[in-house]
Design a protein around this ligand. Structure first.
Ligand code: URP
Ligand code: ZN
Ligand code: ZN
Length: 459
């Protein structure tokens, strides 16, 4: 017997796929040309990755190790069939050039279906019209940074940009950390002789996140628009989001597996051992991890994104080897392949969340928030047959040699996880099975999305 996960319930029912779509759920189906035996397994929709950096430069100008090919391949091995990645505009480059280039790379390289978010780093007179143009081609979400010198926007520029996004029907994701507090603290630490990874965490303090999130929420409230706070790492920032929601602000929240399972003390030690764990926001302590899990259990976290930002040890992480100082390290952790296995193992297997919560966090909610629903995710008649057969009893120990990204380390090395994808179907085609794949660059399809009227951008 196996279990099929529908949006609101788990049933024991066969799925029939014809061509690229789901043709029937339950009932008596004629024998299929090909049948997959899911006995004892969970049949669930393919994951939707809402947050990944592929073929992109870091805040300091360092390229990610993964492009659309390796990033989407790794995603597929982890049970994700739709990947959302960024098209990052750099100052002095137009949004149309930025988007054209990313669309072309993704078209040639992506091995699973994909959609793009824009990153915007400038605000000028034409920006609102540029955003409307980008939305027309089907890129209807964007990220804005409140910190990082090469990316950040603040003050009236930020407000005007948000207003332009709202008019264009774009869902806005915000990297919400208070740049003033971070810069001030970082200078103090450097002047005091600090060069270590923990100094990075001290400058990207819990308070800096809370202040950044509070500001972003206040702007959304003033502009009466939705806002999606990404990679949230602290219980205090989460309280800000809850308070804003209770005032009627359409705030949604993402957290990432690394904030749920990795401990801040990994940043304590020589830079060679700690740089692999550096991200912004940084890893936090047990209190914040417990607060995030509680929030997940209470339904206060909307999406789990990997924030896959892969910088290798031999490239972005240790540009000057053992002499590398914390402010020279490319921030970000890889995690696109392990997003589902980590949440399943730590969440479902350990009894913190149900399988329905799991699917909602890794697939349904990201699809709804970013306008991919119901084409993606719902195992409903007529939706794309992106299906994962999940083996909830499979136990594996994570090692970099068995992952499919182009990284030279994984922050989860040695962790044993229970619950892994066994078979992955992309639009009805079996693309991963038993450790092998038939994924091909260019095999992924761009999912064109519709602009979202501001009133509909709600939880
Ligand atoms: O440290 C991180 N998260 N790097 C990736 C870029 C971002 O801010 O999401
Ligand atoms: Zn960010
Ligand atoms: Zn990110």
């Amino acid at each position: 017997m196996f279990s099929t996960l529908l949006e609101d319930r788990v049933v024991d029912a066969d799925l029939a796929v014809v061509g690229e779509r789901i043709d029937a759920i339950g009932g008596r189906n004629p024998p299929g040309k090909r049948e997959i035996d899911a006995d004892g397994k969970l049949v669930m929709p393919g994951g939707v990755e809402p947050h990944s950096h592929l073929a992109q430069l870091s805040g300091g100008g360092i390229p990610t190790s993964d492009d659309f090919e390796s990033g989407t391949r790794a995603a597929a091995y982890g049970g994700t069939t739709t990947v959302m990645a960024f098209s990052a505009q750099h100052r002095g480059t137009s949004t149309s050039e930025t988007v054209t280039e990313a669309m072309e790379r993704a078209r040639l390289e992506a091995t699973v279906d994909y959609a793009l978010h824009l990153i915007v780093t400038e605000q000028h007179d034409r920006t609102a019209a540029d955003l409307a143009e980008v939305a027309r081609i089907g890129i209807t979400s964007m990220k804005v940074f409140m910190t990082y010198d090469r990316l950040k926007l603040a003050g009236a520029d930020l407000v005007n940009l948000l207003e332009g996004a709202r008019s264009a029907g774009m869902t806005v994701m915000v990297h919400a950390e208070h740049d003033g507090l971070i810069t001030w603290k970082r200078r103090q630490l450097i002047e005091g002789g600090r060069r270590d990874a923990m100094a990075h965490a001290e400058s990207h303090s819990r308070l800096a996140e809370r202040a950044g999130v509070a500001e972003a929420l206040a702007l959304a409230e003033a502009l009466e628009m939705g806002i999606h706070v990404v990679h949230l790492s602290t219980g205090d920032a989460l309280k800000e989001a809850e308070a804003a929601r209770s005032r009627g602000v359409r705030a949604t929240v993402e957290t990432c597996p690394h904030y749920l399972v990795l401990e801040e003390s990994l940043l304590d030690g020589p830079i060679r051992e700690t740089a692999p764990f550096m991200s912004s926001p940084p890893l936090r302590g047990a209190r914040d991890r417990a607060a995030l899990w509680r929030a997940i259990e209470a339904g206060q976290v909307d999406t789990i994104g990997s924030d896959h930002a892969p910088y290798r040890l031999d490239a972005g992480k240790l540009p000057r080897g053992d002499k590398t100082e914390f402010h020279e390290v490319a921030n970000g952790l890889p995690g696109i392949e392990l997003r589902l296995p980590l949440l399943y193992s730590e969440g479902v297997t350990k009894g913190r969340i149900t399988v329905s919560d799991f699917v909602r966090l890794v697939a349904t909610n990201p699809a709804k928030l970013f306008g991919l629903y119901p084409r993606k995710v719902t195992p409903a008649v007529g939706s794309d047959a992106d299906i994962v057969v999940w083996d909830d009893a499979e136990r594996r120990t994570v090692t970099i040699d068995e992952l499919h990204d182009r990284m030279d380390y994984t922050p989860y090395e040695g962790m044993t996880l229970t619950g892994w994808p066994e078979t992955v179907l992309l639009r009805g085609r079996m693309v991963v099975h038993g450790g092998h794949d038939v994924l091909r660059p260019g095999g992924g399809r761009f999912i064109k999305r519709k602009p979202q009227p501001a009133k509909e951008m709600h939880r």
